[in-house]
Design a protein around this ligand. Sequence first.
Ligand SMILES: [Zn+2]
Length: 227
Amino acid sequence: MEEDLKFIPLAIEDKREFADDEFVDESNNKEPDEPLYEKPHKQKNAVKAAYTNSPLVTYTKLSPCKNSPRNHAIDTITIHCMAGNLTVESCGALFSKYSRQTSSNYGIGSDGRIALYVNESDRSWCTSNRANDHRAITIEVANDGGAETGWHVSDKAMASLINLLVDICQRNNIPELRWKADKNLIGQVDKQNMTAHRWFAAKACPGDYLYNSFGSIADQVNKRLRG
Ligand SMILES: [Zn+2]
């Protein structure tokens, strides 16, 4: 219950985005140029068939909080913090409640286990921004420290995060992770393909510990991708 209570403010705030996106980037919101009414069924199946999920997942609890399918190819990574030390099961239990109106594609516990909550083919409700979540894989990481530690993440969770990111990039043909800590580059994935929740809503997420680690995380992932 204590974990539940810690999570409530995050979930309640997240509800706001479904009425109206706070951040509107015209370049992100343009619909594809394809004719809307030409063979929609065939196109939909073709898109869905291209998506897979990570083989690193050891726990699956699919959330009803999603849009299926996503409307944009996966070209962005958004790493979040749970703002609590939730297990993959307790996080999955929260995301399984439609009333929470929140979810992520993946979750990682402090023990390093990786969970799937929303298939990669679908858009999670995670970053307070529709356009971002349609093109991003969102990952919630548990915190073994509180706000005073910048929402610290365990070494096991960090190692699993790197493994998961390498796998996501390889399966989705993302050549490398790019991080400039520059909000003005949102949507310009050739320059920066990682985003932060704090750019889209008045939130600490992903916490200073993860936010300040994004460059090092990208370096470690890219070293593996090149190796
Ligand atoms: Zn977040």
